[in-house]
Every structure is written in structure tokens, then in C-alpha cells.
Ligand binder design. Sequence first.
Ligand SMILES: NC(=O)N[C@@H](CC(=O)O)C(=O)O
Ligand SMILES: [Zn+2]
Ligand SMILES: [Zn+2]
Length: 348
Amino acid sequence: MSSNRITIHRPDDWHLHLRDGDMLRAVLPETSAHFGRAIIMPNLVPPVLTKADATAYRNRIVAALPAGHEFTPLMTLYLTEGTDPDDVEAAHKEGVISALKLYPAGATTNSASGVRDFEKAMLVLERMAKLGIPLCVHGEVTDPEIDIFDREAVFIDRILAPLRKRLPELRIIMEHITTEDGVEFVKSNDTNVGATITTHHLIINRNAILVGGIHPHMYCLPVAKREKHRLALRAAATSGDARFFLGTDSAPHTDDRKESACGCAGIFTANNTVQLLAHVFEEENALDKLEAFASLNGPAFYGLPVNDAKITLEKRNVPASFADKIDTKDGLVTVFNPGYDVYWHYAS
Ligand SMILES: NC(=O)N[C@@H](CC(=O)O)C(=O)O
Ligand SMILES: [Zn+2]
Ligand SMILES: [Zn+2]
């Protein structure tokens, strides 16, 4: 493979926020232009709770797809203490859902209906383990005494490790890992545990949020950590280890809600992720591992085929240009800016 040109199977996004209504219509094309499939997060207001909710949401997504875009939304249900195991089983057997999503109550955007008492979710989790339905986890504790930079590591110790012991057959994806602890936890388990890694957590550390002023467009949850953690994430993503795969966590919020006294968490990367990843993997001398991370490991974990289509990226001596804002009827959404030019383009 020449280091200036790379052909890979079309990528998928294993963690994506599309929202609904006007926002959905504005952001969906930015994903469907690049990705074959995406795991669609259920944290709408109100959340996607049942098979019927997921079916209706999937139909709204498909209806919003631009002509000519080939894209399959993979739906999830939002796990609550009231989730009905029989509804989950029916949604799985009818092919409506690909996973359930666990939000500790209060951990992140629209997580108020999440789980407080994990005992109350055990019946559903046991059914999922039996049926092989994966659990996507937002892995942060919400205990106010725990420092925000420690919340992922503490979640692993308090919640995830005990859950693994209790239900070793449950397939778990630690979403958007941000720490060396997350990487080590995945590696110390078998193939029933995987993790998604975002584009932005491979690029920024916490300085990007706080140095030289406060940068609301660099704020997401879990919050970016110190540099050693970014390096651990880079090593995991570029290792080829099948348990690590791309989940952009592209999460649109309008500028007025980000640039505020209490700004929302979420970074939008749908439209520049693929080119940014080529840049990152080249920096790590690992372009040959890009396909595993973006296109192969995710489908393997979810038991799905790899996309037939291929894409070719090439490095040119002119920078790629990306929209820096997405125009929506709700307002502008700022796109993640890595702070440098990227020379990777789709080959025409
Ligand atoms: N990642 C974020 O900072 N925000 C996500 C929620 C989430 O994935 O935790 C969102 O819905 O905006
Ligand atoms: Zn999350
Ligand atoms: Zn998310």
C-alpha cells in the first residue's frame, strides 16, 4: 500500500446521535455521506424506550435520508429500571434493535431516565445475556463526590467489573472510552467486552478545553482526560485489536446551547471524521490498521457483515476543506476543529 493512498471497506459509526425533527434532517446527510451504518443513540426527549419507539424512530430516520445515500440505522433502546424484558426480546427477534444503551441516571445529556439502582435492571440484563444482545454503556459514575476526571475509572471498579463477574456472557461495549483504565479493562477481559473510541478523543486532551480560555466546542462527556490517556487511546485504536472500534459520538448541539453559562456536552464530528482518522493513523504509522478500526472490528463485534462498498482516500498537498458549521433550522452546529489542516481527501 502506498502511504499516500488507501482503499478500505466503507466505515460504520458504532455510536452516533442523530436527534429528531429538523436537527435529524440537517445532520443525517453528514453521516450517511460517509458511513454505511451507525448505532443510533436513544437519548431523545422523551427517550427511545420500547420496540414501538425504536421502529417509529427508525422510520423517521429512513424518511429523512437524502436520495442516493445508502445508510442503515441500527437502533438501540434506552435501558431504564422499567424496561420490559419481553419487549426487548421481541425487538431483538424481529430485528428492530441491535443493542440496549445503559446511561447511569444523570451521567450525560438526556440521561435523567437512566438507571439508578442496577439491581432493578438485572432481569433485562440477564435476558440480554441469554439472547446475545449487546449492552452499550456510558461508563461514568454520577456520585457527586467523585471527581469528573475519575468518573470512568471509578465506574469500571464499582459497576463494570462486578457486572462482568455476575454476567460473564453479557456482551458489553464501553462507549467512548477516554482513559488508559478503559483500555486496560477491555484488554483484561475476553472478546465479550469491546469499546468504541471517538475521533476527538484521539486528537485532544483536556488542555484543549481549558488552556487560553474555555472552549465549549471541545467539551463532551466523558470529558477529555490528560495526555497519557489520549496516547493510550491512540495505541488501542491503531493496534488492530478487534475489541476497539470507531464510535464517533458525533453529538450535535446548537451554538447557543454550547456557548452558554452552562454549555451542553457533545462534539460534532460526522463530516470530518474519516479524513481526520486517516491523518491520525498516518501520524501513528498505522494506516494499515485504519480499516480494522473503522470498518472491520465493529461489524465483527456486532456479528454483522462488512460493508461491500469501498472508499479510497488519498493524501494531496492541498488541505481538505470541511464545513465548519452545519446549518439547521434550530440554529448553527459547530464542527470539531482539530486545530490543524488535514491533507486526506476522498479520491475522485
Ligand atoms: N457525548 C456527549 O458529550 N454528549 C452526548 C451524550 C453522550 O454520549 O454521553 C449527547 O447526547 O449530546
Ligand atoms: Zn455517553
Ligand atoms: Zn454519545
